[in-house]
Design a protein around this ligand. Structure first.
Ligand code: ACK
Length: 976
């Protein structure tokens, strides 16, 4: 009777909480179920004995699915031993299986009148067997798994309150070895409902890790780990044997080794996908496909490398990630310095390195001699220092040349892909002619303060002799004081000498091909008395002057005097107008005989000045080729000039535009009358004028590299400091010549210096109106004049005191422009601020990489008091010393705080904008290829990385690093 109320209560508790569908669905992935009572649709078919013990009942769950369960509740009787045995459960290869039972159990105390034999536990057993059809197993044959107690038992009150008290217990049995096993539940007097039984084992589920696939793996018995070898997924290969361990509880442990995607494929999730077109993967070791580097492409998927665009190549040793490159362009700006039979060749690196950092140079040599100019290789007699081929520096010294021979040097730039290109190598050619010596001095004539010399020209000059240069100095005094004189004749009277003093003379010739070497030294002594001395009989090398010779010479000198006097009136020059005197004297006043510039305004008829100083050229001799710029009065063109019996030369042609006034014509031609008075290698040379037909033209020598400021900006960072000092030296030498002639330029600035193909700088822009009108830099001052403020000395701005000393100030600014490669002096400061800053004592700081000595020289040029500024002669000497002793240029000036404060801050968002801002946009590809795509990424870039990515010019490296530093300092101003 008691059971009647117990049974329904058990089931009542059971139903709301369990549905088979729920239970089935929630099994973990790594569990394989061997038996699930809840999924059985019909009888479970378990054995129960004795018959009045366990009872199978069937109930419906919520969704009307029938559920099987077993109950027993013989609590009123003692000595209960009720067995319930499952069917044979195949183990399916598992060594360890888990048994999960869900059951409810009645609290003995809650059953009124139940004897003390009532239990609240039951026992669970198993029996291993290969036989699936055993009908009987002895109790003693079973192996006990455990005694199961309820965590929760329920009472009569719970029944009333409808509280759920379902217990779940899991036990496991391991080291199974037979085909299967039976489970048994022994009840010894409890009131139990066995709601469900699930038997399962665990496996490690199929998985892919590190591109290796590991199969479903049944766990081992006990706590043993099962080692499993993975197999590489498609399109991957083993990098290191992939292995993992399957743990007893179905988890994968300790992955070892991995697979990697083959070239042309990249890892994506658990598999390898092909590289898309336009990308590639060269090595299995690279994780991902990369975009084809610059100048290369891949037109198909799965590319393991990109092919180079036409004209670009990849050297064997080049990594596949490197941009395809091409051979370099030709070296540029070759300079040759000839010293008798050796020559030093220097050049600038090619403008286009082809995108590589391994540019080297080869020098090929040919010699040409004889009338027919037959050329042949120079042979092994000529030596190259340090070597002829594979030069890493842009310089070579060639020694042991034959004298009086034309040599042609072809300098080619090569890099790692030059040999892959079918095109000829790019080269630049330098022609030189080795020295030709002026032969012995033939005649001399002496007085107490003058000596007349005559000499014979070279036997075989390599062109028409343009002039002779005579150098002389007091014996043993060369280092202190020497003088250079020039003449077109091969006779010269040197005046202003000290009586009874021995002088040393040497003579050399100049042709269009350059200077030859000096002839031997000759010592001559002035006489003690004011008388004509005839040939020193002790001097065997000197032939006695004949009386007739003396007379001829005298006539010649007188004639010269007369010629020069013809266009004088104002002329201070006593010397042969063909002769020019340059003095290299320390602190000595000009010797009588040096020429002085004549202002065209001093002529009543300015056309006469033009006639006196400029040669009229027939327009038919000029061929205009192209327009190269615009001047104040009209176009500037380049073209050729072929004068009768002279070789054709390139010229610049300035023309006066139509519709000019008479004043404009005068002003235009005034430049020619000024320029025509000068003859110096660092002053632009006037070839002549065309005035007899229209348009009126001024013809000057052609300067291939145009104006210095533009030239420097274009070649930012590309010259050695010695080359820069060489340019400054040239300008200073030209200015010394002008100041010696009492000519004040007033508008000395890099824009008014022209540069030829040999990097020779020449002072230009001599128009009378130029400072007033021509120069875009000129601004009106309070006194009404128009002045290029940034270049002009304070006294010239304040009260128009223009002197050679104010030109020296401007020269200092030009030095600054040269070293800073064409930077604008005082950057974007206003003219007013510049004037104020200068007045308060500020001076331009040293540009980047400026040697201390050069900045000091600039500061000297910018002395407030003009008498404290150096003279141009002193500047030339100082620069000469620096060139002779390059070590003195090694100490660099520190960039001052003032410059930091005034250097404009960069406001840039991308690496490309930044490179454009620092005028190094040509390196955009290099940075992108090397992976520097954000501004953040460049902040800690090193010089080595720059070199690796192909930024090889030291100037550019320094510019980048210093800009990076200021970006770091700028911090928040960079909009990253
Ligand atoms: O900077 P550039 O190329 O050099 O542009 C200007 C332009 O003409 C207007 O003055 C160029 N120019 C002037 N004189 C010469 C010359 N003698 N040789 C070459 N270019 C010249 C100047």
């Amino acid at each position: 009777m008691a059971l009647l109320w117990i049974y329904p209560s058990l089931l009542f508790f059971l139903l709301p909480s369990l549905t088979p569908s729920q239970a089935l669905r929630n099994y973990p992935e790594n569990e394989v179920t061997l038996l699930d009572s809840m999924s059985a649709l019909g009888d479970l078919g378990w054995e129960a004995y004795p018959a009045e013990g366990w009872e199978e009942i069937s109930v419906m769950d919520e969704s009307n699915t029938p559920m099987r369960s077993y109950q027993v509740c013989n609590v009123m009787e003692a000595n209960q031993n009720n067995w319930l045995r499952t069917r044979h459960i195949p183990r399916d290869g598992a060594q360890r299986v888990y048994i999960e039972i869900k059951f409810t159990l009645r609290d003995c105390n809650s059953l009124p009148g139940v004897p003390g034999t009532c239990k609240e536990t039951f026992n669970m057993y198993y029996y291993e067997s290969n036989n699936p059809n055993l009908w009987f197993i002895k109790e003693s044959q079973y192996v006990k798994i455990d005694t199961i107690a309820a965590d929760e038992s329920f009472t009569q009150t719970d029944v009333g309150d409808r509280v759920m008290k379902l217990n779940t217990e899991v036990r496991d049995i391991s080291n199974l070895s037979k085909k299967g096993f039976y489970l048994a539940f022994q009840d010894v007097g409890a009131c139990i409902a066995l709601v469900s039984l699930r038997v399962f084992y665990k496996k490690c589920p199929l998985t892919v890790l590190n591109l290796a696939q590991f199969p479903d793996t049944v766990t081992g018995g006990d706590s043993a780990l099962v080692e499993v070898r993975g197999s590489c997924v498609n399109d991957s290969e083993e990098f290191e044997v992939p292995r993992m361990f399957c743990s007893a509880d179905g988890g994968w442990l300790v992955p070892i080794g991995r697979c990697v995607c083959k070239p042309g494929f990249e890892e994506h999730k658990d598999y390898c996908q092909p590289c898309r077109t336009g990308s590639y993967k060269a090595s299995a070791m690279d994780a991902y496909c990369s975009k084809c580097p610059p100048h290369s492409y891949s037109h198909q998927e799965k590319a393991s490398e990109c092919s180079c665009d036409k004209g670009y190549y990849r050297a064997d040793m080049d990594p596949r990630s490197m941009a395809c490159t091409r051979p370099p362009s030709a070296p540029e700006n070759p300079i040759s310095t000839l010293n008798e039979t050796s020559v030093t060749l220097e050049w600038s690196p090619p403008r286009d390195t082809g995108g590589r950092g391994d540019v080297a140079y080869n020098v090929h040599c040919k010699k040409c001699s004889g009338e027919g100019r037959e050329c042949s290789p120079c042979g092994s007699g000529v030596h190259f220092i340090p070597r002829q081929f594979g030069l890493s520096l842009a310089k070579v010294q060639v020694t042991d040349l034959l004298s009086n021979t034309n040599y042609t040097f072809s300098i080619e730039a090569v890099n790692g892909v030059s040999d892959l290109s079918p095109n000829p190598k790019q080269l630049v050619v330098v022609n030189i002619t080795t020295g030709q010596t002026v032969s012995v001095i033939l005649k001399e004539r002496k007085s107490k303060d003058s000596i007349t010399l005559a000499w014979q020209g070279p036997d075989r000059p390599n062109g028409a002799i343009v002039e002779y240069e005579v150098i002389y100095y007091e014996k043993n005094q060369r280092d202190q004081n020497y003088t250079v004189l020039k003449t077109k004749a091969n006779v010269m009277t040197v005046e202003g000498l000290k009586p009874g003093t021995t002088y040393v003379f040497r003579v050399r010739a100049r042709t269009d091909g350059g200077y030859g070497s000096y002839g031997g030294e000759i010592e001559l002594e002035t006489s003690h008395e004011d008388m004509l001395a005839i040939g020193d009989p002790n001097q065997s090398t000197i032939l006695a002057v004949s009386i007739a010779g003396g007379i001829v010479l005298l006539i010649f000198l007188v004639a010269c005097f007369v010629v020069s006097g013809r266009h004088c009136g104002y002329i201070k020059a006593k010397q042969d107008p063909d002769e020019e005197k340059m003095q290299f004297q320390h602190g000595r006043v000009k010797l009588p005989g040096s020429r002085t510039y004549i202002h065209p305004h001093t002529y009543e008829d300015p056309n006469q000045a033009v006639r006196d100083f400029a040669k009229e050229i027939d327009a038919s001799n000029i061929r205009i080729e192209r327009v190269i710029g615009a001047g104040e009065f009209g176009e500037v063109c380049s073209g050729r000039l072929k004068l009768p019996s002279k070789r054709e030369i390139y010229v610049a042609i300035k023309s006066l535009k139509a519709g000019y006034s008479e004043k404009q014509r005068r002003d235009f031609l005034s430049e020619a009358s000024i320029m025509g008075q000068f003859d110096h290698p660092n002053i632009i040379r006037l070839e002549g004028v065309v005035t007899r037909c229209k348009p009126v033209m001024i013809i000057t020598e052609y300067m291939e590299n145009g104006s210095l400021d533009t030239f420097l900006k274009k070649h930012d960072g590309q010259f050695t400091v010695i080359q820069l000092v060489g340019m400054m030296r040239g300008i200073a030498s030209g200015m010394k010549y002008l100041s010696d002639m009492n000519y004040v330029h007033r508008d000395l600035a890099a824009r008014n210096i022209l540069v030829n193909s040999n990097l020779v700088c020449k002072v230009s822009d001599f128009g009378l109106s130029r400072v007033l009108e021509d120069d875009p830099e000129a601004a009106y001052t309070t006194r009404g004049g128009k002045i290029p403020i940034r270049w002009t000395a304070p006294e010239a701005i304040a009260y128009r005191k223009f002197t050679s000393a104010s030109d020296v100030w401007s020269y200092g600014i030009v030095m600054w422009e040269v070293i800073s490669y064409g930077e604008r002096p005082y950057w974007e400061m206003s003219n007013q601020d510049v004037i104020k800053a200068i007045d308060e004592g500020y001076r331009l700081p040293p540009p980047m990489d400026c040697p201390v000595v050069l900045h000091q020289l600039m500061l000297d040029c910018w002395e407030k008091s003009r008498s404290d500024r150096p003279k141009f002669g002193h500047i030339v000497n100082t620069l000469d010393k620096l060139i002779r002793n390059p070590n003195s240029l090694k100490q660099l000036a520190n960039i001052s705080v003032w410059e930091d404060a005034t250097t404009p801050e960069l406001s840039v968002n991308t690496v490309e904008e930044w490179l454009d801002a620092i005028k190094l946009g040509q390196y955009k590809d290099n940075f992108a290829t090397a992976g520097y795509v954000t501004l953040d990424s460049i902040l800690y870039i090193s010089i080595n990385e720059l070199r690796k990515m192909g930024v090889t010019l030291v100037g550019h490296q320094k510019k980048i690093l210093s800009s990076v530093q200021s970006l770091q300092a700028q911090g928040t101003h960079v909009h990253v």
